[in-house]
Design a protein around this ligand. Structure first.
Ligand SMILES: C[S@@+](CC[C@H](N)C(=O)[O-])C[C@H]1O[C@@H](n2cnc3c(N)ncnc32)[C@H](O)[C@@H]1O
Length: 241
């Protein structure tokens, strides 16, 4: 049966219909990672400055971690080096290939998985920390609720979730996030490179979690021991007990 003549019978069918209005992420990201010499800020091999801050100040315990949209693995490798047991997932096979090569060079033991985060088999409440650096702003509005459910399911009560994502706002010319409304995304058939968020939007989306800290990421000139760009928010939440 032609996909467009398929009868919509479930919420899953609605999600798949909306997915089909937007680009297919996997092939797009594979193409993005083909040239590793491109000047892409997050191609550096150092962890996010906020992540290092959480670890240095013992905000996050050494334990089991899930990283969503790990890309070439810089944060997963850092967390493994701190003693965490890390599962790291990305939809791009090119990204996972690069991440595995980087981890092998450093003898870091990480479970890298190549799949869509929404197809990830997750054992309930099995992680102390879920981290996402730059994946959430590429998630389409109709998948956000599933994203929150995924994080909530993965975390133990009292566990932490942190993300970095594009800033929004007409008063912020430095942002790289698009200013589209959720409705416009489907009218245009695009997220226009990734959605920009405000702290209020993040609090509304993750309202079932307790916000611990939401701040701009610090701009860090490279080369350096950490990565940071001021067009990103960093947000740390705790799952309520
Ligand atoms: C901006 S990159 C950030 C990569 C990495 N976290 C970093 O900071 O170096 C976003 C990543 O999210 C991944 N991604 C996007 N949508 C995804 C999905 N639905 N499931 C898994 N990974 C996804 C992309 O393949 C890409 O590697």
């Amino acid at each position: 049966m032609n996909q467009t003549s398929k009868l919509i019978l479930s919420h899953k069918d609605v999600q798949e219909m909306l997915d089909s209005m937007l680009r297919d992420s996997g092939p797009w990201w594979d193409f993005f990672y083909e040239d590793r010499t491109k000047k892409v800020p997050f191609f550096v091999h150092v962890p996010d400055e906020n992540l290092k801050q959480y670890m240095d100040s013992n905000l996050i315990p050494i334990g089991k971690v899930l990283e969503l949209g790990c890309g070439p693995g810089r944060n997963a490798i850092y967390l493994a080096e701190q003693g965490c047991q890390v599962d790291a997932v990305d939809i791009s096979s090119e990204a996972i290939k690069w991440a595995r090569e980087r981890a092998k060079d450093l003898s870091a033991v990480i479970e890298f998985l190549c799949c869509d985060i929404f197809s990830l088999p997750i054992q309930a409440e099995s992680y102390e920390f879920v981290y996402d650096s730059g994946c959430f702003h590429h998630i389409a509005p109709h998948r956000r609720m599933s994203y929150v459910e995924l994080v909530s399911k993965a975390l133990q009560p009292g566990g932490h979730f942190a993300l970095s994502c594009f800033t929004d706002g007409p008063n912020n010319p430095a942002t790289q996030g698009s200013m589209l409304s959720d409705w416009d995304v489907y009218k245009l058939g695009s997220l226009k490179g990734g959605l920009g968020y405000s702290p209020d939007k993040l609090k509304a989306i993750f309202h079932e979690f307790e916000p611990i800290e939401i701040r701009k990421m610090k701009k860090i000139e490279q080369p350096a021991e950490v990565f940071g760009e001021s067009f990103l928010w960093t947000a740390l939440f705790r799952k309520k007990t």
